[in-house]
Design a protein around this ligand. Structure first.
Ligand code: LER
Ligand code: MN
Length: 299
């Protein structure tokens, strides 16, 4: 499995140093938190520079996430707003192509994706699907995939579950438009997160990893062994990207890069162990069956 790290983990810390830290910690890639670190207003020269930092660190750019700046609306039936959204998303695709990111993630909590009261849900869904399909056409010319993320009900009123996101991209019906799941959100919304991953994993372009507390995998109560096994079973082999935030809304990022490093160390250890266990189980049969359940007693 390939692992990536969202640059937001280090908040507004120097981006070049954040990229180097990701490489040192063993990540294969960084996912750029676009609205903060590489917005649509960024110059071609700066994008070239960022691409160079990533190459020099010996890693890749896996995706752009956190792409919206509050200026556009996704699920609206207003044709002018639909057009504005289309143009904005095409600009994000340009940013992705400029830093050789294969994926643009449409996350978008809050007002960007909410369906406003009085708006017909089906019409809004169809209008958003039409916009995303046109963006898919543009993205295909640049070989960039669009990944529509299922986000929990407390952040958006539209596309909360993996089933809803999958049905939505089936309505879009475009080879460059896929889904995206986030372990933090599916832990809230799915009755059985691993079962949903097994069922809808075929449509995934990318996965965000965070624990139940939105901190690093291994610090909360999500069963990453079950998620890793389900991902492998579904045939998923793309990037798992750490989208980890500080615990409190008033402390979105960690206090220091060193604190973020410590979180990432716990996270990558937990995630790699979960995937190694799942891969072992696929190749040789259950590790638990051979050696009994893992015991942490005495450690
Ligand atoms: C929002 O909660 C989320 O999960 C992000 O991926 C948004 O870009
Ligand atoms: Mn996410």
């Amino acid at each position: 499995m390939k692992f990536s790290m969202c640059t937001a983990v280090y908040g507004m810390h120097d981006l070049h140093d954040t990229i180097n830290r990701a490489a040192r910690l063993g990540f294969d890639a960084v996912e750029i938190t676009a609205a903060k670190h590489l917005p649509v207003e960024s110059t071609k020269e700066y994008r070239e520079e960022v691409k160079g930092w990533i190459k020099d660190a010996g890693i890749k750019c896996s995706a752009l996430h956190y792409i919206f700046d509050g200026s556009v609306k996704l699920a609206t039936t207003d044709p002018e707003l639909n057009e504005k959204c289309y143009e904005y998303l095409c600009k994000v695709v340009d940013v992705a192509a400029d830093v050789e990111a294969p994926t643009v993630i449409i996350g978008s909590g809050g007002t960007t994706r909410n369906i406003e009261e009085g708006t017909d849900r089906e019409e809004a869904a169809r209008a958003m699907a039409d916009v995303i399909r046109r963006v898919g056409d543009y993205a295909q010319t640049k070989d960039v995939y669009i990944a529509v993320e299922a986000i929990n009900r407390y952040e958006t009123t539209f596309l909360n579950t993996m089933q809803e996101a999958t049905e939505f991209i089936e309505m879009v019906n475009h080879p460059y438009v896929r889904t995206m799941a986030d372990t933090f959100h599916i832990n809230i919304e799915e009755t059985d997160p691993a079962a949903s991953v097994r069922k809808y994993g075929y449509a995934l372009q990318n996965l965000h990893l965070a624990d139940s507390n939105r901190m690093a995998p291994g610090t909360g109560h999500i069963d990453f062994n079950a998620i890793a096994a389900a991902l492998l079973e579904s045939g998923f082999n793309k990037y798992c990207s750490f989208e980890v935030f500080g615990l409190y809304p008033w402390k979105l990022w960690f206090d220091s890069p060193e604190e973020a490093d410590r979180q990432m160390e716990i996270g990558i250890r937990t995630a790699k162990a979960a995937f190694e266990r799942a891969e072992y189980n696929v190749s040789y049969g259950s590790i638990e069956g051979k050696f009994g359940a893992t015991s942490y007693e005495g450690r």
